[in-house]
Design a protein around this ligand. Structure first.
Ligand code: PXP
Length: 237
């Protein structure tokens, strides 16, 4: 089974644009669960332009499914995540000014940082996933650093998929088998949508979770949130 974790960054972004509580992030999170989502993801960035660090605890209190917090593991992020204790923390190598995540970790270059931060999170009973490009050596580095899972960065897959689906999936499919053999769970995310999700799911030997935000919230403008979540869940069956 592949779980759908809905990334609510864009809901927080709309809310922040007016300084009020509309849309209500916590209500939307509960509604996503009610409509069938098996998890909620947020990515508090240093500038808090989407989700704020102060959203994390009320968000965790509002939901009954899994909370996944993504972000760069600086000291502030680590302290906040350890305080809130989400089910999963996904470490992302983002620069503070980045518009969105556009690459995975160099798990060889940053082996010491990752090892230390992963151990800290795991000591607090938080499952750790590492955002990564589909590369054997980097996946081996993730396993050596102690990660529980990897999250494949699917931006390049999504870009290539309309032109050549087989070419788009090749590296992820092959390295997925390698990651499973290394004992890692498999997540995926970025630019996944109703057109490319089913092919990803059907071509991977294992896919524990996808986290989807931008396209899902855009689709919800047309289909409504409930229908949209059902459409995404259907693609994962
Ligand atoms: N995974 C990571 C690590 C991300 O940074 C993001 C975007 O916040 C996503 C998944 C979701 O990507 P998208 O919004 O394109 O669905």
């Amino acid at each position: 089974m592949t779980r759908l974790s809905v990334n609510l960054n864009k809901i927080a972004l709309i809310r922040n644009s007016r300084g009020s509580n509309l849309p209500d992030l916590f209500q939307v999170a509960q509604d996503c669960e009610r409509f069938g989502a098996q998890g909620i993801t947020v990515h508090p960035r240093p500038d808090e332009r989407h989700c704020k660090f102060s959203d994390l605890q009320p968000l965790k209190n509002s939901i009954t499914s899994e909370l996944n917090i993504e972000g760069y593991p600086d000291d502030h992020f680590m302290a906040q995540v350890i305080k809130v204790k989400p089910h999963q923390c996904t470490l992302v190598p983002d620069d503070p000014k980045q518009i969105t995540s556009d690459h995975g970790w160099d798990t060889l270059k940053h082996a010491d940082l990752l090892k230390e931060r992963i151990a800290e999170l795991k000591n607090n009973d938080i499952r750790v996933s590492i955002f990564i490009d589909p590369d054997r050596e980097l996946i081996e580095g993730a396993a050596k650093a102690g990660a529980d899972r990897i999250e494949f960065y699917t931006g390049p897959y999504a870009k290539e998929y309309p032109k050549n689906p087989e070419h788009a999936i090749h590296e992820i499919r092959e390295t997925c088998i390698y990651a499973i053999a290394a004992g890692l769970g498999i997540n995926a995310g970025h630019d996944l949508n109703l057109a490319n999700l089913e092919y990803l799911k059907n071509n991977l030997a294992r896919l524990d979770e996808v986290s989807i935000g931008h396209a899902l919230i855009c689709d919800a403008l047309y289909y409504g949130l409930e229908n949209t979540i059902r459409l995404y869940l259907n693609k994962l069956q």
